[in-house]
Design a protein around this ligand. Structure first.
Ligand SMILES: O=C(CO)COP(=O)(O)O
Length: 250
């Protein structure tokens, strides 16, 4: 039985004050959540403060991106070991916003995956198709290609303990969620893609859904056999909504 993971991707949102309020709210309600792992991924600058505020709670934290380099003349970049030093357990890799707005390629994502693992981080690798790709009926080609790049980097065994997030680009921040059936179909495809190389790793792999997941649709999505949690954007900025989604995973 795979454990559920509910991870909040705060994106470029928050302030010291807003973060404290959000985390206080999460901490106050955490007692009612059982059976699933919780994590938040704030912007880099807030990580040390978030780490202090979450120390000793069951909520883990992570980064939204890292460099594939470990140190050196890479202005503006942050190395995996640096976020690890501040207690990050997770790092989101290859979010569609990074792929589309910052030109991250499958190869770049694969390199970041390798670097994150080498630093002891758990990568949450994002994959997903655009609306145009779905309409052209090439969702499996796109997601298969994105998965293959990561699998090819170090072999399927490297996915043991990693996390995949299926985030259809057309569902992110749009209020338009994939139906549980649409999501399940792609999740099953992803698991199958890994199983073709390593059945054990595929069986244990946490595959999250992301894209307008809300308290109202979370239970239905996570009831599907291959949906093991959520990567939450907007709803992770409200303690009550984030907790309600976590409870829906119970
Ligand atoms: O991109 C997402 C999480 O990484 C999803 O964002 P929303 O939940 O705001 O649609």
């Amino acid at each position: 039985m795979r454990r559920a993971l509910i991870a909040g991707n705060w994106k470029m949102n928050g302030s010291r004050e807003a973060n404290r309020e959000l985390l206080d709210g999460i901490k106050a309600g955490i007692g009612e959540v059982s059976g699933s792992d919780l994590a938040v991924c704030p912007p880099f600058v807030y990580i040390p403060e978030v780490a202090e505020q979450l120390a000793g709670t069951p909520v883990k934290w992570g980064a939204q991106n890292v460099s594939h380099e470990s140190s050196g003349a890479f202005t503006g970049e942050v190395a995996p070991a640096m976020v690890r030093e501040f207690g990050c357990v997770y790092v989101i890799i290859g979010h569609s916003e990074r792929r589309t707005l910052y030109g991250e390629t499958d190869e770049e994502v694969a390199k970041k995956f390798v670097a994150a693992r080498a630093a002891g981080l758990t990568p949450i690798v994002c994959v997903g198709e655009t609306l145009e790709e779905r309409e052209q009926d090439v969702t499996e080609d796109v997601v298969g290609r994105q998965m293959d790049a990561v699998i090819a980097a170090e072999g399927a065994a490297a996915l043991a303990g990693a996390v995949i997030a299926y985030e259809p680009v057309w569902a992110i921040g749009t209020g338009r969620t994939a139906t549980p059936e649409q999501a399940q179909a792609v999740h099953a495809f992803i698991r199958q893609r890994v199983a073709a190389k390593d059945a054990n790793v595929a069986e244990g792999l946490q595959i999250l859904y992301g894209g307008s997941m809300k308290p109202e649709n979370a239970a239905e999505l996570m009831a599907k056999p291959d949906i093991d949690g959520g990567l939450i954007g907007g709803a992770s900025l409200k303690a009550d909504q984030f907790l309600a989604i976590a409870k829906a995973a119970n």
